[in-house]
Design a protein around this ligand. Structure first.
Ligand code: URA
Length: 216
């Protein structure tokens, strides 16, 4: 049975970030049959690994209701998770594809879809309370490693764990000791832009998962 922590997630009609709430309202009008709400994390709460992305993509997680589900970044992420045994089943880019996470949970630094894929500083700060609670809760269970996909996620995790940004520079592939027996590993975001420009190659992405596998 998958453990859930619904109390740690924003309400479906969360209005803490007025700009994000109006964007969701707009999209509810435009796409009434889609999810259009804060996207909950996916995977067991007692997982040793937490993967933190940026924010739901408009036509991906925001439409499907599951992080990274339905866009290019998700195609790459879930294929890699399946390859390394962090998930089982088949990824079919929909919430009811039966995919199961193994010892891994996925969340986003910001739970609501932002216009142009860019959350503002205040939105990231506001939503961090949910990330903070989620990390704390998972630490009371089995959390050992957080994988940050990109700089926004890295910064959110550093702050959410009470650490100082100046002491932890985002570096692809690097592990950081966050204290309290928690390790952060940085990875460039698996976006189409990053793979097209070869900032992140498939080998580089897989190497990060190999490092995580060795550490767990
Ligand atoms: N989808 C997500 O849920 N998060 C991202 O960071 C990118 C795509």
């Amino acid at each position: 049975m998958m453990e859930t922590m619904f109390e740690l997630l924003p309400d479906k009609n969360c209005s803490l970030c007025p700009r994000l709430k109006s964007f969701i309202d707009e999209n509810r009008e435009k796409f009434p049959d889609k999810y259009n709400a804060p996207v909950p994390s996916f995977g067991p709460a007692n997982a040793p690994l937490l993967i933190v992305g940026l924010a739901p993509g408009l036509r991906g997680a925001n439409f499907s209701g599951r992080p990274f589900t339905g866009d290019y970044a998700g195609d790459l992420l879930y294929a890699t998770l399946l390859k390394f045994g962090f998930a089982k089943g088949t990824y079919e880019a929909r919430i009811d594809d039966g995919l199961e996470m193994i010892g891994t949970r996925i969340t986003n630094a910001v739970k609501c879809v932002p216009p142009q894929n860019k959350p503002t500083g205040p939105e990231i700060n506001t939503c961090r309370t949910f990330l903070e609670q989620e990390i704390k809760d998972m630490q009371t269970r089995s959390l050992k490693i957080i994988m940050s996909l990109g700089l926004v996620s890295h910064n959110a995790v550093i702050k959410a764990t009470g650490n100082k940004l100046s002491a932890f520079k985002f570096t692809h592939g690097k592990t950081h000791d966050l204290g309290d027996k928690l390790i952060l590993i940085d990875c460039y975001h698996c976006s189409r832009y990053n793979t097209n420009t070869r900032r992140l190659t498939i080998d580089m992405f897989e190497d990060v998962f190999k490092t995580i596998k060795d550490m767990l």
